[in-house]
Write a protein that binds this ligand. Structure first.
Ligand code: HEC
Length: 276
């Protein structure tokens, strides 16, 4: 997840596919866990907040230690030698070229629903990133990662309809549920969709609010245009500003949403069942 810092310096896109891929990368949380230089975790960097920019994160917990991978096109330490099909399989199916599975902290299950068009464009743009030589140490997991259960098949085309586009971006591109929904774990089932949670990050407990349209605990009193404006600028309808993880993400990622995309997300959030 992205800390409060400046966004990555992305190379220019040279054609339509790369323009699309660059945009997908930006609105998909800027692939921020991998670092502003996309080179993954760097051994010896500080574990404390603020994140050890420009390198990526390392997640630790009962599951072990999981450093973010180097996703730059470096031939030896990055994904430069992988085929497009191998990169797509990692992003959308959570399968590594050696046949083992990525840990679910990499949101492949969500990206499984990304359209072919968007996923292929993203891969084309990843190849344009500056290669960075950084050998990320192997993950140390306490349990084998099971085969991911992938629900839906990817839609072939990017949805154009407002309602579908909003759901698509929330669930398959921009990772809103990663933070706003309590994941299953320790014997409990997953929490109500987008109804908020407490997130532990870097030793801090962060309150992630309920973004269902409940008028008291959620954002039921926000108008569609308030939500869209908040996503692109961080200004709240009560005159305040976004804080914490959300402020960082708006800066690095969601401010790149087009007004049509922000409006579609806002309309979708107003349409889901309110959770008190
Ligand atoms: C990295 C975790 C993370 C992700 C991903 C994330 N959010 Fe948030 N969001 C937060 C946190 C933390 C806050 C609280 C910010 C604050 O206290 O100002 C928040 C606040 C909000 C709020 C304001 C709610 C309120 O009652 O103040 C809205 C609306 C919102 N997020 C929508 C979204 C949408 C839509 C997405 C996906 C496009 C998204 N968020 C993705 C962490 C996240």
């Amino acid at each position: 997840m992205v800390g409060c810092d400046v966004g990555p310096q992305l190379p220019k896109a040279r054609n339509e596919v790369e323009v699309r891929g660059r945009h997908v990368l930006q609105i998909a949380e800027g692939c921020g866990c991998h670092g502003a230089n996309f080179a993954g975790w760097r051994t010896g960097r500080s574990e404390r907040l603020p994140r050890s920019r420009p390198y990526g994160e390392r997640f630790t917990g009962p599951f072990g230690s999981l450093p973010a991978s180097n996703i730059t096109p470096d031939m030896e330490t990055g994904i430069g030698s992988w085929s497009d099909a191998q990169i797509l399989a990692a992003i959308q199916d959570g399968v590594r070229p050696d046949g083992t599975y990525l840990h679910p902290l990499m949101p492949s299950r969500a990206y499984h629903g990304m359209s072919d068009e968007d996923a292929r464009a993203l891969v084309a743009f990843l190849r344009r990133l500056r290669p960075v030589r950084n050998l990320v140490p192997d993950r140390q997991l306490t349990m084998l990662v099971p085969k991911p259960e992938n629900g839906t098949d990817a839609p072939k085309r990017h949805p154009e309809d407002r309602g579908e586009l909003g759901a698509y971006l929330v669930h398959h591109v921009s990772g809103c549920a990663d933070c706003h929904t309590t994941p299953a774990g320790n014997g409990r089932p997953m929490g109500a969709l987008l109804a908020g949670r407490i997130l532990e990050s870097g030793g801090e407990r962060i309150v992630v609010p309920n973004i269902t349209p409940d008028p008291r605990n959620g954002i039921g009193r926000w108008r569609t245009r308030d939500i869209a404006r908040y996503l692109r600028t961080g200004s709240r309808p009560d005159g305040g500003l976004a804080h914490s993880l959300m402020a960082g993400l708006i800066l690095t990622s969601f401010s790149h949403l087009t007004s049509q995309e922000a409006d579609a997300i806002a309309a979708y959030l107003k349409s889901i069942p309110p959770v008190h």
